[in-house]
Design a protein around this ligand. Structure first.
Ligand code: NDP
Length: 325
C-alpha cells in the first residue's frame, strides 16, 4: 500500500477548515487510492476547537485517514509536509489599514515560510487561501529559499469557478461547455476574469455577450461575489472556498487538459513583474502549474490586467517596506 501523504491545514478550526478537512480525509484532495495524514495547525486559543473537529474526523472512520495531529507549533505542523494548505490568516477588522493587515499577516506567513523551509518534504506543494492570499504567499515563499519558488501558489480557483458559473447561467449552457476560462491578477476586487480567451462552442465568449454586460455585470459580479455571499448568508463563503482549494490541489497533482486559474510566481510573462505571485491562465502538467504562453492580449484586457498587477506591486512594496520580505 502507498505511504500516507502528509497534508497540513492551518486555521483548521475555522469555517473553511471545517468544510475542507472531511473532503481531504475522504480522498477528494489526492484521489481515492491515496491515504493521508492530517496535521492541523491552530493558534493556541483554537486548539480545543480543532480537537473537536478531529473527534468528528475519527467518527467518520475514513478508510484513507491514517491519523490526525494537532499543534500550535508551525515547525511541528510542517515537518515532512507534502501538501500545505495555508488557510488561517488575520481577517481585516473595521478601521484596519492595509498596512496593519499586511503586517499582521506577515507575522503569520513569515514563520510559516521558515518552518516549511526547515522541514517540508522535497515534493512540498503550498496553497495559500488566507487573505490577502497572493501577498501572503509571496511572504511565505521569500522565507523558504530552499524550496523551489514555483511550489508556492495562491488561490484564485474560486474566482475561476464563479466566472464559469456566471457565464454558463448567462448563456444558458452547462459549465462543461465552457473552456479556456481564466482569472488574471490579484485575488481581490481588481481581479480580471477574462471572457476574450474563454470559449463556448468554439467561439470567444466575449463575442456572445454584449460588452456592457461583460464590463458592468460579469466582472463586478465575479469580483464581488464574496461580499454578496456574506450579505445573503450572514457569513462568508466557506464550502465554495474549500471546494476551490480541493480543485486547485487535485488538478496540480493530477494534471489538467483545459486551462484553469492559479496565483503562481510570475516568470515575467505578459508584463507581470518577475517574482510576483499573480493569477494567470495555467495548465498543470507533471506536477507543475505552467502559465499558458503566447496569448494575444487586447487593449481592454491589458488595462484590467495592468491595474490588478499594479495593486500586487503595491502590496509587495508595502511588505518590503515593513521588512517582511
Ligand atoms: P475562514 O476559515 O472563513 O477563512 C480563512 C481565510 O480564508 C481568511 O483569510 C479568508 O479571507 C480566506 N478566504 C479566501 N478566500 C475566501 C473565500 N472565498 N471566502 C471566504 N474566505 C476566504 O475564517 P475563520 O475566521 O472561520 O477561521 C480562521 C481560523 O484561522 C481560525 O480558527 C483562527 O484561529 C485560525 N488562524 C490560524 C493561524 C495559524 O494556524 N497560525 C493564524 C491565524 C488564524 P477573508 O478574511 O478576506 O474572508
Amino acid at each position: 500500500a502507498q505511504a500516507p501523504v502528509n497534508v497540513t491545514v492551518t486555521g483548521a478550526a475555522g469555517a473553511i477548515g471545517y468544510a475542507l478537512l472531511f473532503r481531504i480525509a475522504s480522498g477528494q484532495l489526492l484521489g481515492a487510492d491515496t491515504p493521508v495524514r492530517l496535521r492541523l495547525l491552530e493558534i493556541p486559543q483554537a486548539v480545543k476547537a480543532a480537537e473537536g473537529t478531529a473527534m468528528e474526523l475519527d467518527d467518520c472512520a475514513f478508510p484513507l485517514l491514517a491519523g490526525v495531529d494537532i499543534t500550535d507549533n508551525a515547525k511541528q505542523a510542517f515537518d515532512g509536509v507534502n501538501v500545505a494548505l495555508l488557510v488561517g490568516a488575520r481577517p481585516r477588522s473595521k478601521g484596519m489599514e492595509r498596512g496593519d493587515l499586511l503586517e499582521a499577516n506577515g507575522g503569520i506567513f513569515k514563520p510559516q515560510g521558515e518552518a516549511i523551509n526547515a522541514g517540508a518534504a522535497d515534493d512540498v506543494k503550498v496553497l495559500v487561501v488566507g487573505n490577502p492570499a497572493n501577498t501572503n504567499a509571496l511572504i511565505a515563499q521569500r522565507h523558504a529559499p530552499d524550496v523551489p519558488a514555483e511550489r508556492f501558489t495562491a488561490m484564485t480557483r474560486l474566482d475561476h469557478n464563479r466566472a464559469l458559473s456566471q457565464l454558463a447561467t448567462k448563456l444558458g449552457v452547462a459549465v462543461t461547455d465552457i473552456t479556456t476560462m481564466s482569472i488574471w491578477g490579484n485575488h481581490s476586487a481588481t481581479q480580471y476574469p477574462d471572457l476574450f480567451h474563454a470559449q463556448v462552442g468554439g467561439r470567444s465568449a466575449a463575442e456572445q455577450v454584449d460588452h456592457a454586460w461583460l464590463e458592468e455585470t460579469f466582472i463586478p459580479t465575479v469580483a464581488k461575489r464574496g461580499a454578496a455571499i456574506i450579505e445573503a448568508r450572514g457569513a462568508s463563503s466557506a464550502a465554495s472556498a474549500a471546494n476551490a482549494a480541493i480543485d486547485h490541489v487535485y488538478d496540480w497533482v493530477h494534471g489538467t487538459d483545459d486551462w484553469t486559474s492559479a496565483g503562481v510566481v510570475s516568470d515575467g510573462s505578459y508584463g507581470v513583474p518577475e517574482g510576483l505571485i499573480s493569477s494567470f491562465p495555467v495548465v498543470a502538467r507533471g506536477g507543475k502549474y505552467e502559465i499558458v504562453p503566447g496569448l494575444d492580449i487586447d487593449e481592454f484586457s491589458r488595462a484590467r490586467i495592468d491595474a490588478s498587477v499594479r495593486e500586487l506591486t503595491e502590496e509587495r512594496d508595502a511588505v518590503a517596506k515593513l521588512g517582511l520580505i
